[in-house]
Design a protein around this ligand. Structure first.
Ligand SMILES: Cc1cc2nc3c(=O)[nH]c(=O)nc-3n(C[C@H](O)[C@H](O)[C@H](O)COP(=O)(O)OP(=O)(O)OC[C@H]3O[C@@H](n4cnc5c(N)ncnc54)[C@H](O)[C@@H]3O)c2cc1C
Length: 441
């Protein structure tokens, strides 16, 4: 037997016998799409999520190394300007005011509350928020189950190719579905294996929206230096620094050296700024400090002490190798000594200690390209924020068209900021749609 609510819902779904009608259609069932669906659903309205993957929220499963770092305590407006490093912004966009307005409406605390209300408990690991289970699948399951429980239709394996507008106010999706409100939640270009092909950008552009050139972000950085053949496969604690627009940018963490250049969290954090500099024709130089915990003069003293440990008759036989043996990773020693020798090695102990210390603390590498989108965790660039209302996430150009998540020109550093962005935009969009719906009823 049909309840009154179900009859009403079904009558809203089948407006005419050609196409299925929904109040809201969301293209993309990723983090922001599923969250928008949950936040926009009312008892009466009908919501459809379309995704071309075989399961909703597929990308969530690979986030945070399978643990899903879903937000960060710093993802709130009060703390936005106080990055602990004080050096790279948590988020980057053509218009910083845009993301600040969005985050101020729905921040990390709201994300934790939203998930608690929907049955997911979180845990705080030094400010990085994970599901209590420390399994990304918990996040994906909760979002998927809530969609099911709320009566949201989620259709997978549907690759949306066309959106048109019928009359003034109805969207037609793939000549099969119709709706009054259409949400583009198709992500960016990062992580192609989890369904991101940039098709959403074309859909937005077909409605007159402008695209800020998308580039990979949170990815490894290719460098032209030959030295990587000695360093590949090495991980070391270090600091990466470079100058951008006159400002010194610097990030500390576990650096991974690869055959192409640098990777690991510190490289990811600076990748979008390096990518931007390369795109505008600049030639940034990154200084790698391979011993950030010690000042240059202290290192010189330490090396001199090690030099003195070498018996006098052996001081002419590869002293640098012996001086560094107990201090650095073997691959790093090889690379440092190559740089030291290339700079014209000396046997004068003072000059040698200073030159070695400089080779360790001022180890320069030369980026020329970012790793491709397949290897990137997010996208810099995207749909221009000037054309989106941050209070509703609605297009300023087309009524009833909304944007959420990574497809907008905002990207965050590692640490939960990108998923927070997905949830903040989704929540604003979902609540707008819910309010609009109730006004209509
Ligand atoms: C390996 C990896 C690890 C990450 N770890 C973290 C982390 O720990 N913390 C964090 O904050 N961020 C992390 N991120 C980034 C984060 O996952 C994204 O920022 C976030 O998922 C973006 O959400 P979204 O909804 O905008 O897009 P997505 O999650 O990419 O969802 C877009 C959806 O749209 C679908 N779609 C696209 N085009 C179409 C179409 N034409 N038809 C139908 N469906 C379509 C896709 O299949 C996809 O499901 C990580 C990313 C990667 C790749």
């Amino acid at each position: 037997m049909y309840s009154r609510k179900k009859l009403l819902q079904d009558s809203r779904k089948t407006k005419n016998n050609l196409n299925m009608f929904y109040d809201i259609i969301i293209i993309g069932g990723g983090a922001s799409g599923l969250c928008t669906a949950i936040q926009s659903k009312t008892e009466i309205n009908t919501v459809l999520v379309l995704d071309h993957n075989s399961i909703p929220g597929k990308k969530i499963l690979s986030t945070g190394n399978g643990r899903c770092n879903l937000t960060n305590v710093n993802a709130s407006v009060d703390l936005f300007d106080s990055n602990p490093e004080g050096l790279i912004p948590y988020m980057t966009s053509g218009d910083p005011l845009f993301y600040q307005q969005v985050i101020s409406q729905f921040d990390c605390h709201d994300t934790v509350n939203f998930f608690a209300e929907n049955g997911l408990l979180c845990t705080d690991k030094n400010g990085y928020i994970y599901p209590r289970s420390e399994q990304a699948v918990s996040v994906q399951e909760v979002l998927k189950n809530r969609c099911e429980d709320l009566g949201i239709d989620v259709v997978v394996n549907h690759d949306v190719r066309s959106i048109t507008k019928k009359k003034d106010h109805e969207f037609v999706v793939d000549s099969r579905y119709e709706c009054l409100n259409l949400v583009l939640a198709t992500g960016g270009l990062s992580g192609a294996s989890t369904g991101n092909d940039g098709s959403g950008y074309k859909m937005a552009q077909s409605f007159g929206h402008h695209l800020i050139d998308p580039t990979p972000a949170l990815c490894g950085i290719r460098c032209s230096d030959q030295i990587f053949r000695y360093l590949k496969g090495t991980r070391t604690d270090g600091r990466l620094s470079f100058k951008a627009q006159g400002k010194e940018i610097s990030v500390h963490g576990n650096i991974q050296f690869t055959d192409y250049g640098i990777s690991g969290i510190p490289a990811f954090q600076i990748s979008s700024i390096i990518g931007y500099m390369l795109a505008i024709g600049e030639t940034p130089v990154i200084t790698v400090d391979l011993m950030p915990e010690i000042a240059l003069y202290e290192l010189v003293n330490l090396l001199y002490r090690n030099y003195k440990l070498i018996p006098a008759k052996k001081r002419y036989d590869k002293p640098a190798q012996r001086m560094l043996a107990g201090i650095l990773n073997q691959n790093v020693i090889n690379a440092v000594i190559r740089r030291f020798s290339a700079a014209g090695s000396t046997n004068d102990p003072d000059a040698m200690c200073l030159a070695l210390a400089r080779a360790i603390k001022l180890f320069q590498v030369h980026p020329y390209e970012l790793m491709p989108f397949e290897n990137a965790q997010t996208t810099a660039g995207g749909i221009c924020t000037d054309e989106i209302d941050p209070l509703t996430m609605e297009s300023k150009l087309v009524k009833g068209l909304f944007f959420t998540g990574e497809m907008i020109d905002v990207n965050g550093i590692c640490g939960g900021y990108n998923l927070q962005w997905a949830f903040s935009t989704a929540s604003i969009c979902g609540k707008t749609l819910q309010a609009r719906q109730s006004l209509r009823l």
